[in-house]
Design a protein around this ligand. Sequence first.
Ligand code: 13P
Length: 206
Amino acid sequence: MTIQEMKEAVCSWAKQSYAEKLFAGTSGNLSMYDQERGVMVITPTSVAYELIAPEDMVVMKLDGQVLEGSYRPSSEWRMHGAVYAAKPEVGALIHTHSPYATAFAVTHKNIPTILIEMVPFLGGDVPLARFAMPGTAAVGEEAVKVLKERTGCLLANHGVLTVGKDLAQAHLRAVYVEDAAKICALAMGVGEIHTMSDEQIAAMKG
Ligand code: 13P
């Protein structure tokens, strides 16, 4: 993929995620990382999603060196960098504030494995990463600790982080995290929830 194609993909998935209400206001951010070039393309900080264009995406190194772009990178660029540095299989990352999942993050509850889709798409439940100060690499480092055999997690008092080999995969996982959280919250209002058993989860994983 060329850098231009990466900018177009990051911009287009950002707009789609905003239209789907995975982000509110200018919150949330997403990126792609090219391991071979050592280059990350990330959304700019605090720019309205309706207004962003591919040329506004920031091209940078994981150490903070900006190579292209007139805006400042997302305030969470260190979080993105920490995940890419620790997980070489990851090529894209989305950080959302989707409301149902973030409700679990602010109540410090994981989202239990209540739906079959959670097994193939998310690896099981959606764990909670410990709180870390926004804007620091520690946000990503705490996420990495709980992203073992999982593709998404909650960030305490903050939001959601999902990873993938590309943005299509990271985005789909963010959608499934929000869907699971919504259904779980609704189910908890209906009655007692029944999580899938370890045997059922293991059988689905094959
Ligand atoms: P940006 O800095 O990317 O606009 O996002 C803020 C945010 O969502 C912090 O979690």
